[in-house]
Ligand binder design. Structure first.
Ligand code: NAD
Ligand code: UFG
Length: 342
């Protein structure tokens, strides 16, 4: 029986992966990080060390390089489970570079699965996204909602990845796909958080950079949607809650004795929050000025989506604990920390 505590975390130098590494360590696991640093640097690895007092077991390399992965599997000894975060994730960039997105996101997934098979590792947790649903017909959205045509090549890669996982699991894999809603916030210690490259596309990093004076003003993309205040509605989930669901999914796999398994969970709070509500909550909780204007709709945006997380609540025994206020306070503390560090 594989009793190893080692968990291979691909993309562990990135935003969600690094927060998960911290929670894995505090739950008694031994993460082995693989990352090519294509969308990150060593900042968050340093954060992991400061928070946990443990030097991360880090291997720089590409998930599409099977001989590199084989070497990690061989030198690290038995691996209990692979958590696969490594992927390219910028929706806008994926429209400019569709081939690169398919190559990286599908190539990484297939090479990692292939290396797992060669090294007799069966358990796998995948970072999926609520983008697989498109604009669902019914909200809150459940896992059984059909996939609509993906709005972007990035969204398409997540749909195709899930299909690959569904196809391969009968050959001897035990897989959980986690469909994240909108991850926000930072570690409460302010030692780790989101590090967007260049001008942020996502709402919260844009909010905190504007509040810090790096950007002149925030543009709220549209106030004429069919929502209570006209702005889009999302399910914003604190990154530490998201990290914790990975530990729960791992425990779920460890509890389950089936030789083959494929399960999918929505990971959200279950609460819809509008963009304007988030902006006003940020201003109220931090007391910081946030200049903003209303602009036109952003092409490709979904009007409203939020999760029905009851499957994850029940089967994984997991619930989002942090509030929107907490997430925004933590994101702001992290932003101030980065600015101080220069
Ligand atoms: P991130 O960019 O911060 O982290 C991804 C990490 O993977 C980076 O450190 C990058 O260097 C690494 N990487 C990319 N390609 C690689 C490769 N071929 N080999 C090795 N390393 C590679 O992104 P994140 O926000 O932490 O996202 C993690 C996962 O969650 C991704 O799969 C993403 O698609 C998914 N996801 C993210 C969000 C979000 O809004 N952040 C939402 C839903 C799903
Ligand atoms: N928004 C603004 N102004 C900005 C940035 C965003 O008004 O400057 C609005 C958007 O129009 C949208 C909402 O804030 O209505 C959220 O936008 P984000 O870009 O933060 O997030 P998305 O919902 O578009 O998508 C994100 C990630 C995807 C991921 C998805 C679901 O970018 O990778 O969440 O998890 F798949």
């Amino acid at each position: 029986m594989n009793t190893s505590k080692k968990i291979l975390v691909t993309g562990g130098a990135g935003y969600i992966g690094s927060h998960t590494v911290v929670e894995l360590i505090s739950a008694g696991f031994e993460p082995v990080i693989v990352d090519n640093l294509s969308a990150s640097d060593t900042t968050l690895l340093e954060g992991i060390e400061k928070i946990t007092g443990k030097k991360p077991n880090f291997h720089k390399g590409d998930c599409r390089d099977k001989s590199f992965l084989n070497q990690v599997f061989k030198t690290q000894g038995p691996i209990q489970c692979v958590m696969h975060f490594a992927a390219s994730k910028a929706v806008g960039e994926s429209v400019e570079k569709p081939l690169e997105y398919h190559q990286n996101n599908l190539g990484s997934l297939m090479t990692v699965l292939d290396a797992m098979r060669e090294n007799q590792v069966t358990d796998f947790i995948f970072s999926s996204s609520c983008t697989v649903y498109g604009q669902p017909d019914t909200i809150p959205v459940t896992e059984s909602a059909p996939f609509k045509r993906a709005e972007s090549p990035y969204g398409a890669t997540k749909q195709i990845c899930e299909r690959i996982l569904e196809d391969v699991y009968p050959t001897g894999f035990r897989i959980v796909s986690l469909r994240y809603f909108n991850p926000i916030g930072a570690h409460p210690s302010a030692l780790m958080g989101e590090l967007p490259i260049g001008i942020p596309n996502n709402l919260v990093p844009y909010v905190t950079q504007t509040a810090a004076g790096v950007r002149k003003k925030l543009t709220v993309f549209g106030n004429d949607y069919n929502t209570p205040d006209g702005s889009c509605v999302r399910d914003f989930i604190h990154v530490v809650d998201l990290a914790l669901v990975h530990v729960k999914a791992l425990e779920y796999l460890l509890r389950d004795k089936h030789n083959r398994l494929y399960d999918v969970f929505n990971v959200g709070t279950g609460k819809g929050v509008s963009v304007l509500e988030l902006v006003n909550t940020f201003i109220r909780t931090t007391g910081v000025k946030l200049p903003f204007v209303i602009g036109p709709r952003r092409p490709g945006d979904i009007e409203k989506v939020y999760a029905d997380p009851s499957r994850a609540n029940e089967a994984l025994n997991w619930q989002a604990k942090y509030s929107l206020e907490d997430a925004l306070k933590h994101a702001w503390a992290w932003e101030q920390k980065i600015r101080k560090a220069g």
